[in-house]
Design a protein around this ligand. Structure first.
Ligand code: FE2
Length: 409
């Protein structure tokens, strides 16, 4: 599929060591053992908007398998125009219908999802993974979200996903109609495939009503002035990631994310006698951080999950402080981890979700230039978690990096 050259692969005319290039974290998901509380946390408090649901109930071989497990639905949520940036699935329900035992203990992340550059890259990744013996759950395309994807698992059984072409939600807040597509794709497509514009034309011609998707606009009463816009909470999520993971076998996990997925090491931090690795896929200091498993107990995080943190970026420092104060008032437990564990991120706080997952609130990520060198540690801002300043001096890369597109609400 991808042209294999003597010394690599041709990816859009650029020679690379693998037939794809990860560009950014697209979305991320947790499984929850406490769906009601988790939905309150992610939707009502953090402000993710539900774009669609997926019912796992029909997957039960016998309805009694789901007795007493409550809501059987998973929820797809967005903060911007991507159909979903965060996905919450019901852990116990999924476990009950996991008849082929694909779920791995500790892998409470249902997906860690990265955008590649084209549909051809997804297809080529799929073929290459099978060539080099990387386990892939499946490839194809899912509705909701209608992105094409392939799911390679990391050495600890965490499901990564590479994708192209996630559905975009526009000004009217509607997702695609459920009956938009006649075909379900459970494998990689033959290429070239038709454009989305052609798919829309075909659906229209077939009489599909275009305004029957889920509406994700309604967020409740708006009472806070956030950068001049009235919003229901005193902050706006404008980005997701980095993702932090605990690794049992660090060399093996590091090899997977660098050699197989192509992440670039930015910095290694020695902390309490062990190494923590910070990897990037774009210009940000890191989009993925790997920590030794022993750190989990040191930090007092739940031993139910091998996730260390899920980053949620707020628009600016003022909003970060407002978010922390407001979430605390709403009963959310806020913690501060040693800042050495988050190089390049300035002031950050950890909000503990109802399952014990660490959601990292932050507003700044150091940007890496052409020479790939991070800012020397001794030239970084000195962080004092006991005394957050009222305002911060600007750095050379304040407000730089990936920008949020479109209105805030
Ligand atoms: Fe996904």
């Amino acid at each position: 599929m991808a042209t294999q050259l003597g010394d690599g692969f041709d990816v859009g005319g650029i020679r690379l060591d693998r037939p794809f290039k990860i560009r950014r974290l697209g979305h991320f998901g947790f499984n929850s053992r406490n769906m009601n509380a988790a939905m309150h946390f992610y939707r009502d408090l953090l402000g993710f908007q539900v774009t669609d649901t997926l019912d796992f109930g029909p997957r039960a071989k016998d309805p009694s398998d789901l007795e007493g497990l409550g809501d059987t639905k998973g929820y797809f949520m967005r903060y911007g125009t991507d159909h979903h940036a965060f996905v919450l699935f019901p852990h116990d329900v999924r476990k009950a219908v996991d008849y082929n035992t694909t779920m791995v203990e500790g892998a409470t992340m249902n997906q860690i999802t990265w955008q590649v550059g084209s549909l051809r890259e997804v297809r080529a990744a799929n073929d290459w993974f099978s060539e080099i013996g990387i386990k892939v759950d499946r490839s194809g395309r899912d509705i909701p979200g209608s992105n094409w994807h392939v799911y390679p698992a990391d050495p600890d059984g965490r499901r990564n996903e590479l994708f192209y072409g996630i559905e975009q939600i526009g000004w009217n807040g509607l997702s695609k109609p459920k009956n938009m597509y006649e075909q379900k794709f459970m494998q990689a497509p033959e290429l070239p495939y038709m454009s989305e514009a052609e798919e829309v034309r075909i659906a229209r011609a077939a009489g599909v009503e275009m305004d029957t998707g889920t509406n994700s606009l309604d967020q409740g009463a708006a009472e806070f002035d956030v950068g001049g816009v009235l919003l229901p909470r005193p902050f706006k999520i404008t980005g997701i990631g980095p993702v932090g993971l605990f690794a049992e076998d660090m060399p093996e996990v590091l090899r997977f994310y660098t050699e197989t997925l192509g992440f670039v090491p930015t910095e290694t931090v020695h902390w309490n006698g062990q190494d923590c690795h910070f990897l990037r896929c774009g210009a940000e200091h890191h989009s993925l951080a790997l920590y030794p498993m022993s750190l989990r107990a040191d930090l007092g995080l739940t031993d139910w999950s091998t996730n260390m943190a899920f980053g949620v970026r707020l628009n600016d420092y003022a909003q970060l402080k407002n978010a922390i104060a407001w979430l605390q008032k709403k009963g959310v437990k806020i913690r501060y981890f040693p800042h050495e564990l988050f190089p390049g991120m300035d002031y950050t706080a950890i909000a503990i979700d109802p399952d014990g997952h660490a959601v990292q609130l932050y507003c700044y990520m150091e940007q890496i230039g052409w020479d790939g060198r991070p800012r020397p540690a001794d030239q970084r801002r000195v962080i004092d978690n006991d005394n957050w300043p009222e305002t911060l001096d600007a750095t050379t890369d304040s407000f730089a990096g990936e920008q949020f597109m479109g209105p805030w609400g």
